[in-house]
Design a protein around this ligand. Structure first.
Ligand SMILES: Cc1ncc(COP(=O)(O)O)c(C=O)c1O
Length: 332
């Protein structure tokens, strides 16, 4: 974990940069990416993980040195929970779909967590009968209720609060209240409902646009609502979403190189999917558009090679050229 002490690392959660996307911006339209890869464990989910652990401690559900945190996740929540728990003195067990990238699973293991793989879709499904990762985590947790605690990000209000209290206000401030449109994908719905609710309280005219991947997609962290039910956390405030835009695997992967060349960003599949949605969604007039880039491309070398997006050499060259690469609290 390097030489930094634990509170330094946890203090680095949030306050991520907002970077202008020159490739999409024109005179009366400015497009920005909120670079959530700058969180210490590399993604937007550090926020939810931290808020859920703090909430568990405040409610007396977690005891340092005793409790084991168990959670089903498509990857980033697992990395965030494992990293933060490591700092705070909890053991962690993560249930993850086997399709998640090898890098993701290795990072979770390197942070000291136990990993269970299921043959679930890329985003753990919610809904009886389809929810392998969630069912396995629940069954392990119920075997030792005195020891295990599952934050259950799919229904945990602290996940929403991390964005309502953190990411939403940051975006409002970073755009001087000028934001007109907000784009993000949906896993649990914490990001879209937390940020969306805050922005609409500030200005009800801000448009909240959700990105929907195709069925059987390759966008780690996202959920297609035809394949998998809507999580409770999302359902609670789904009316905050004004519109949806669909994006398929090819559209997403096809912009990875474009953004590297034009904006000098090495982006993840989900960031590419958000970029593709922002690019194709027609908006007229003056606009200030923000998209969540939930993590960066560093843990997707194997996926980009498998999808013929970039071979190893191109990936390593891209990594050298890329701007805005953050320092992570673990090595890849
Ligand atoms: C990789 C990734 N993980 C998670 C999320 C958001 O997830 P949630 O809806 O759980 O807040 C996104 C959304 O942009 C994402 O791209």
């Amino acid at each position: 974990m390097g030489s930094e002490n634990s509170s330094d690392i946890l203090n680095q959660i949030g306050n991520t940069p907002l970077v202008k996307l020159d490739s999409l911006s024109i005179d009366n339209a400015t497009y920005f990416a909120k670079l959530e890869g700058h969180n210490p464990f590399g993604s937007v989910k550090d926020r939810a993980a931290y808020w859920m652990i703090k909430d568990g401690e405040e409610k007396g559900k977690l005891t340092r040195g005793k409790s084991i945190i168990i959670e089903p996740t498509s990857g980033n929540t697992g990395i965030g929970l494992a990293g933060i728990a490591n700092v705070l003195g909890y053991k962690v067990e993560i249930v993850i779909p086997e399709k998640a990238s090898d890098e993701t699973k290795n990072i979770i293991r390197s942070l000291g967590a136990k990993v269970f793989e299921t043959s679930d879709d890329l985003c753990p499904k919610v809904g009886a009968g389809t929810d392998q990762s969630i069912a396995l985590a629940t069954s392990i947790a119920s075997s030792r209720p005195d020891t295990y605690y599952s934050p259950n990000q799919y229904a945990n209000e602290a996940n929403f609060m991390g964005h309502y209290m953190g990411t939403g206000p940051e975006i409002w401030k970073q755009t001087d209240g000028k934001i007109t449109h907000f784009f993000t994908g949906v896993g649990t719905g914490g990001t879209i409902t937390g940020i969306g609710t805050f922005l609409k309280e500030k200005n009800p005219n801000v448009k909240i646009i959700g990105c929907q991947p195709q069925q059987n997609h390759l966008i780690q962290g996202w959920r297609n609502f035809e394949e998998s039910s809507k999580p409770d956390l999302f359902l609670k405030r789904e009316s905050v979403v004004d519109d949806w835009v669909s994006v398929n695997n090819d559209e997403a992967f096809s912009v990875v190189k474009e953004v590297l060349v034009k904006d000098k960003l090495l982006i993840s599949p989900s960031s590419a999917a958000v970029y593709a949605c922002m690019k194709k969604y027609k908006i007229g007039g003056n606009r200030c558009v923000v998209g969540i880039f939930a993590d960066d491309g560093r843990k997707f070398k194997s996926i980009y090679a498998a999808q013929n997006i970039m071979n190893e050499q191109e990936f390593n060259d891209g990594l050298r050229e890329a701007k805005h690469m953050s320092k992570l609290a673990y090595s890849l």
